[in-house]
Design a protein around this ligand. Structure first.
Ligand SMILES: [Zn+2]
Length: 355
């Protein structure tokens, strides 16, 4: 197995690393998998709203999706999202547990898995490429750079004739009717997630007033930094489709479903240097990672409860069987845990351009 970069894709990685030399950064790979060869035709940057910190990095998803569509549309062959890369501080050329999650997500998108690269500057540029087999098994693989190593048809743009043809098709209106119909997707409901974790949240706040005299940017930073971990957890791990927007003093996380809109309002109290949030008609104290911790606790409680119920049931059965027959003792705990969030799903309308 081997990776082949086009000259342009490799230059893009070098350019991005150079621009953000002091922080962690990264990007996505567009190309094609042919047998054992991973051809990277384009490497796109993570976007202006991505988060760069040492050892932490997050893509600007709207931007990257936009760019993937734009760039892929230029090429004759259909380019696909086949992998990603990011920079690590120092000489650390293995993946963190956060990286495992991200890599597993990309690997799950195709049967061949994905490739994931790590850049280190120690003190010169070094690129370690890994193949990520599903669900998340790593193998180091070699790479080479050069347009001459890439099949010609992968580097070809659509011809003008092909574009003229596509223009004609789009003008004919057959696609307009289709896009007027709303499309729907099924997602885990924000409401059911909140009901699940609420009993674990504890401290309600006594004084929900907010009086801040810090700048809007500073306020937005405080709120964004405070909830980014939980937001990532909710979207990537739990699979809740939400929108996060900043409105005046609030950071609002919302989910619009066919039958209702669920909203959580996060606010910053400067006096106490504390984030609070309101959900339903109550207000709670918040700290970074609270939702993830609460959901782990809730899951543990639910699993314990299920185990206790099962133990009871088994004991009864065992008594009934009068200890004559051996009892199968294979708890289906795994199955039960998987269903924790998945049981309540909601239909969510979404814009076509989100796809
Ligand atoms: Zn990493």
């Amino acid at each position: 197995m081997k990776v082949f970069f086009s000259d342009r894709a490799f230059a893009s990685v070098l350019a991005e690393t150079t621009e953000k030399i002091k922080t962690e950064t990264g990007g996505l790979f567009l190309g094609k998998v042919v047998g054992d060869s991973w051809y990277i035709v384009e490497a796109i940057d993570p976007g202006p709203k991505s988060v760069f910190e040492v050892a932490y990095f997050e893509y600007d998803k709207n931007y990257t999706q936009h760019l993937i569509n734009k760039i892929a549309n230029l090429y004759q062959e259909k380019l696909e999202l086949i992998g990603l890369w990011h920079r690590h501080p120092g000489s650390f050329d293995h993946f963190s547990s956060t990286d495992d999650g991200t890599n597993a997500k990309y690997a799950s998108m195709r049967k061949e898995g994905a490739i994931s690269g790590l850049v280190n500057i120690d003190p010169t540029f070094r690129f370690t490429m890994y193949h990520v087999a599903r669900p998340c098994a790593y193998r180091k693989i070699a790479y080479e750079v050069g347009d001459d190593l890439i099949p010609d048809e992968l580097l070809k743009y659509k011809t003008p004739d092909r574009f003229y043809d596509l223009m004609k098709k789009r003008l004919s209106g057959s696609s307009r009717r289709r896009s007027a119909e709303p499309e729907y997707t099924v997602s885990v409901s924000l409401e059911s997630f909140m009901e699940f974790i609420l009993p674990q949240l504890g401290n309600e706040c006594e004084d929900p007033t907010i009086e801040n005299d810090i700048s809007e940017e500073e306020l937005q930073m405080k709120l964004t930094e405070g909830i980014i971990d939980d937001l990532t957890f909710m979207v990537d791990t739990v699979g809740i489709r939400v929108e996060a927007v900043i409105k005046e003093q609030f950071l609002v996380i919302s989910q619009e479903t066919v039958d209702k809109t669920t909203r959580i309002y996060f606010m910053y109290q400067q006096e106490k240097d504390q984030i609070i949030f309101s959900y339903g008609d109550k207000c709670y104290q918040y700290h970074s990672g609270l939702f993830q911790q609460a959901s782990i606790k809730a899951a543990q409680e639910k699993a314990e409860q299920a185990n206790a119920e099962q133990a009871n049931a088994e004991q009864e059965k065992a008594e009934q069987a009068n200890a004559e027959q051996a009892q199968p003792d294979k708890p289906d705990k795994e199955k039960k845990q998987k269903g924790l969030f998945g049981t309540v799903k909601k239909i969510i309308p979404f814009r076509k351009d989100e796809k």
